[in-house]
Structures are given as structure tokens and as C-alpha cells.
Design a protein around this ligand. Structure first.
Ligand code: NDP
Length: 335
């Protein structure tokens, strides 16, 4: 069983040298356990936070242990009555080829149905990133028909679902993404009403002018994944009583400061700004996954994936995700 461990903590930017590839034997199964062969490993921005040893909402990833991460795969051996060899499952198997799981533990491993939804998408649109989109949009932004919702990192795993869910609720969906290809996908394939390429703009004032064109009635709800210039520009176009769901601040994950230029606009616009962590809202998962599964099954949500090949490709693919080199959900396919 090949595994990738966290070998050292980054000083500033993360690098491949922070990770180490090793081989280990898989332990014999105890009663209640299953052995899962991973097909896809999920790479997610939150993993960057876990590499640090600082105070956060989650425990740091311990050094010398297998990197944490979502996985989908199939059961190859079972000593749990509810699982059998061949079952397709989603779990948190980590950056390794196989995992041994206590299948009875709540949330440890869950069977999935791949007749309507491809297996890999249980790590994306019909998994944690999709539920993240659903929670921030439905529970914090609460868009009404005709209102305008903006989302940053719009072509990504979370952002793509935010816009489609907003359209389903009759809102105008506007994306912010990096580069013409991502913007074209956001409007043409995901059906957003507009998309602004932030890389065409040197500062928040310029980006805010582009947002003014894309959002002629201002912004009623914003789903923030990035922070920095993007958030400044959105605040300049925000309407009175608008809401911001603070989901991520990826532009600062490698340790760069991300100052906020216009915090006073939160007051003058009487805004509601709320951060959230999706794993603290397990109560919404069933309802959210049901809607997301239907949207993917019917083709109304067509998520993109960037797939790296082989476990050894995971560190480089992960660093790429933090630099925006992914296009849609970043996965690693295991042989
Ligand atoms: P994505 O698939 O959206 O990939 C990340 C994208 O972020 C990149 O493709 C890039 O898109 C953009 N990006 C990367 N670096 C920068 C930068 N320096 N400045 C601006 N944009 C950048 O990832 P996810 O959909 O998995 O995650 C999106 C966000 O949601 C992240 O911030 C993540 O931490 C957050 N999240 C929060 C959760 C929660 O519970 N609160 C749960 C899950 C995710 P582009 O090329 O368009 O810039």
C-alpha cells in the first residue's frame, strides 16, 4: 500500500518536499472493518490549512502520518455485515491506495449509487464541495428570485455548484474566475448569466467597474472563496442588506496577508457577513445531496474535473490547486 505522508510543515508556500511517498503493509481486518481500494483521491484547499501547526477550527495534520483526504473506491474485503466486496463507497481514506476502515463508525464510510452519478463526483458536486455550495447559498445568502448572486472561483468544485443552485432559485448568477477558458465554461456550460475574468484587472476599482456591467442591479448575495481584491471589488458593488457567505480565502492560504480595503461598507450597506464550515452542518447534508444528485443526474449541473494520474502525482497536483492550475474539481486517479 503506497502512501503519502506529511513530512514537514511549510514555511510560507507549500512545496513537494513537505510530502513523502512510502510503502506499508495493510493490517489484517478486524471484525467490523472493511478494506477499501481507492479509485480517486480528492484534493481540496482546506488541506493547506491542516499542514500548518497553528490554531484553527480543525486539528493540524500530524507529521509522519498519511495526509488526510476524501476518497472513493470499492470494498475489496469486508468483515462488516452491511458491506460486501464490490460495494462502491465514499470515505476519508487519505492519500494512499488502500484504507482499512471501521465501517460501523458514523460517517466513516458510505455506500454510493453510481447508476446516475459517476463515482468521482461523490468527491465533488455530489459530495463535500457541493454541500458547501448548498449551505452557503441556501442558508446564508438565501437568494430571492430576481436577485443577483456573485461567486468567486466560479469554475471550481464549489463555485460551479453555487451558480447553478442560484439559477435554480431564479436568481441572476455571476461568476468571477481566472482566464477566458474558465469564464467561457462558466457561462456556456454552467449557464451563469455572466462571468468576469479577474486576471484582466489590476486593482479592485477596475474589477468593480467590470462587476457593475455584469451586475446592473448591484449585488444581493456573494459567495466568497478567494478574498483580497475580489472581495474588495464585490463590496464596492454590494446592495443594502446584501449577504456574504464567507466560505474560503484561498488567496491567503500560503500565508500572504489579505487586507480588506473597505470594511466600512459592511456597515453603511447593513450587510450580513457570515463564515461557515460545512462539516459543522451535517443536518443539511441529506437534503443538499439529494438536490445536487438530481442536478448532476439531469445534466443541469455539469461539473468539470482535472484528474492527475497516480498517487505520486498528488503533491504536485495539490500545489497546482493552490495556484489555480486546476480547472474544476481536482482529483487523483489511482491505478
Ligand atoms: P476550486 O476547485 O475552486 O479550486 C481553487 C480555485 O481557486 C482555483 O482553481 C483558482 O481559480 C482559485 N484560486 C486559487 N488561488 C487563487 C488566488 N491566489 N487568487 C484567486 N483565486 C485563486 O476549489 P474548491 O471548489 O474545492 O474550493 C473553493 C473554496 O471553497 C476554497 O477557498 C476552499 O477553501 C473553500 N471551501 C470551504 C469549505 C467550508 O466548509 N467553508 C469547504 C470546502 C471548500 P481561478 O483560476 O478562477 O482563480
Amino acid at each position: 500500500n503506497r502512501q503519502i505522508l506529511l513530512d514537514s510543515r511549510p514555511q510560507g508556500e507549500a512545496s513537494v518536499s513537505n510530502f513523502k511517498l512510502v510503502s506499508a503493509d495493510t493490517p489484517a481486518l478486524q471484525d467490523g472493518q472493511v478494506l477499501v481500494r481507492h479509485r480517486y483521491l480528492s484534493l481540496d484547499p482546506y488541506m493547506r490549512g491542516r499542514m500548518n501547526d497553528s490554531k484553527s477550527y480543525a486539528q493540524p495534520q500530524p507529521l509522519g502520518q498519511v495526509m488526510i483526504g476524501g476518497t472513493v473506491g470499492e470494498v475489496v474485503e469486508s468483515r462488516h455485515p452491511k458491506f460486501a466486496a464490490g460495494d462502491q463507497v465514499v470515505g476519508m481514506g487519505g492519500w494512499q491506495e488502500y484504507s482499512v476502515v471501521d465501517a460501523g463508525q458514523p460517517g466513516a464510510v458510505r455506500k454510493v449509487d453510481t447508476t446516475q452519478v459517476p463515482l468521482s463526483q461523490y468527491l465533488g458536486a455530489v459530495g463535500m464541495p457541493g454541500v458547501t455550495a448548498w449551505y452557503g447559498l441556501v442558508k446564508i445568502i438565501e437568494p430571492k428570485a430576481g436577485q443577483t448572486v456573485v461567486v468567486s472561483a466560479a469554475s471550481g468544485a464549489v463555485g460551479s455548484a453555487v451558480g447553478v443552485l442560484a439559477k435554480e432559485r431564479g436568481a441572476r448568477a455571476v461568476g468571477i474566475a481566472g482566464g477566458p477558458d474558465k469564464c467561457r465554461y462558466v457561462t456556456e456550460e454552467l449557464g451563469f448569466d455572466a462571468c468576469v475574468d479577474y486576471k484582466q484587472h489590476a486593482d479592485a476599482a477596475s474589477l468593480a467597474r467590470a462587476l457593475k456591467q455584469a451586475c446592473p442591479d448591484g449585488i444581493d448575495g456573494h459567495f466568497e472563496n478567494v478574498g483580497g481584491m475580489v472581495l474588495d471589488a464585490v463590496l464596492l458593488r454590494a446592495n443594502a442588506f446584501s449577504r456574504i457567505a464567507v466560505c474560503g480565502m484561498i488567496s491567503g492560504y500560503d500565508g500572504k496577508p489579505i487586507p480588506m480595503a473597505y470594511p466600512q461598507l459592511i456597515l453603511t450597506n447593513r450587510m450580513r457577513v457570515e463564515g461557515f464550515i460545512v462539516s459543522e452542518h451535517m443536518e443539511v447534508w441529506p437534503e443538499a445531496l439529494k438536490e445536487l444528485g438530481t442536478l448532476v443526474g439531469s445534466g443541469r449541473l455539469r461539473p468539470r474535473e482535472t484528474i492527475a494520474q497516480g498517487l505520486e502525482a498528488a503533491p504536485e497536483a495539490f500545489l497546482g490547486l493552490l495556484k489555480g492550475r486546476n480547472f474544476g474539481k481536482q482529483l487523483v486517479q489511482l491505478a
